[in-house]
Write a protein that binds this ligand. Structure first.
Ligand code: ISE
Length: 334
């Protein structure tokens, strides 16, 4: 029997997840869609074949025709929807962030632990990217010795209009916070943020430089430039005791054209991390079918939001914010 998936949110990310399922993920099929804008849900459903359209998210979550739920609704809706899935005992893959506040994330963690079973996966898709996977393995195997520093670059071609200077940290920078914590397999102890002057092309928001210090003294630099103009560019270089390992450009081919020799740059994260999104879905379906929990847990979602909140505090106060250590509950050991 296929896992019957219900999708809540039929915007850009919802449509992308639906396309992955339509292309075929073994052991799963998209059974129902819902969006606050019913027209948008119906329009997406028409491209998908036999898929039910539901008017209310609560009805989709409660439906006996839905075994597991994928949430791609707007950020403030995430936590209430995830809590409803937990109450219904249904596995859920929720786009990042897990909640729009740290308290909201904490509420989800508490509810999941109370339910007694792992039901929540957070859509930090980079954890399924082959490049980051190799970097993580280098850390696990200590093939380059212990990590000392990590340099991350996150550039959007032109970020969406709603992205403010704070969102540059909390919406984009949070991916780096999660992947850095995942690569280093340790939590952060302190954060500092320095803003660059705004680009004259986009005077309303500032590029941000975030400096994270891990509990064991690894330093992570994160440049987030929301309006790089030339494309979507994500870089990472891990500096270890006896060498470095970094993300290579994703394209399988190099181009020589018009006086330039190099690689084409992606438009946005959906193409850059297309394979990672697909691998994330495959891993989630496997977990829903009884396999090991995969990807970012609710605890990871909480830790990412907590780090982003500390970074926002550091940015506003203009100093270094120290984060108190927190031990991961045994419930999230796997
Ligand atoms: C967007 O919300 C995402 O989640 C993308 O993965 C990220 O790269 C982008 O900067 C964010 O705005």
């Amino acid at each position: 029997m296929d896992v019957r998936i219900g999708l809540i949110g039929c915007g850009v990310m919802g449509a992308d997840h639906a396309a992955i399922l339509r292309a075929g993920v073994a052991g799963a099929r998209l059974a129902a869609v819902q969006d606050a804008d019913g027209k948008r849900a119906r329009a997406l459903a028409e491209t998908l074949g036999t898929v039910a359209v539901m008017d209310e998210a609560a009805a989709l979550i409660a439906s006996p025709e839905v075994d597991a739920v994928l949430i791609a609704a707007p950020d403030p809706a995430h936590a209430p929807l995830v809590l409803a899935c937990i109450a219904a005992g249904k596995p859920v893959l929720c786009e990042k962030p897990l909640a729009d506040t740290v308290e909201g994330c904490r509420g989800v963690v508490a509810a999941e632990m109370k339910s007694g079973g792992r039901l929540v996966q957070v859509g930090f898709m980079r954890r399924f990217d082959a490049g980051y996977h190799a970097m993580r393995q280098a850390v696990e195997r200590e093939s380059l010795g212990a990590p000392l520093m990590l340099h991350c670059v996150h550039r959007n071609k032109v970020a969406p209009d709603y992205i403010t200077s704070a969102q540059v940290i909390a919406n984009s920078g949070v991916h780096e916070m999660d992947i850095a914590r995942y690569l280093l397999a340790e939590d952060f102890a302190a954060v500092t943020v320095i803003s660059a002057r705004p680009s004259r092309l986009m005077p309303n928001r500032q590029p941000q430089m975030i400096l994270l210090e891990s509990a064991r003294g690894v330093v992570v630099s994160v440049e987030v430039t929301p309006d790089a103009q030339y494309g979507y560019d994500v870089r990472g270089e891990l500096v270890c005791e006896s060498g470095t390992i970094s993300l290579a450009p994703a394209p399988p081919v190099a181009l020589r054209q018009a006086g330039l020799d190099g690689f084409a740059v992606e438009e946005d994260w959906r193409t850059r991390f297309g394979e990672a999104y697909r691998a994330q879905m495959v891993a989630w379906v496997h977990a829903v079918r009884g396999g090991q929990p995969a990807g970012a847990s609710a605890w990871d979602g909480y830790m990412a939001s907590r780090t982003a909140a500390a970074a926002l505090e550091a940015w506003q106060a203009g100093g270094r914010v120290v984060m108190a250590p927190e031990s991961r509950p045994d419930f999230y050991a796997v």
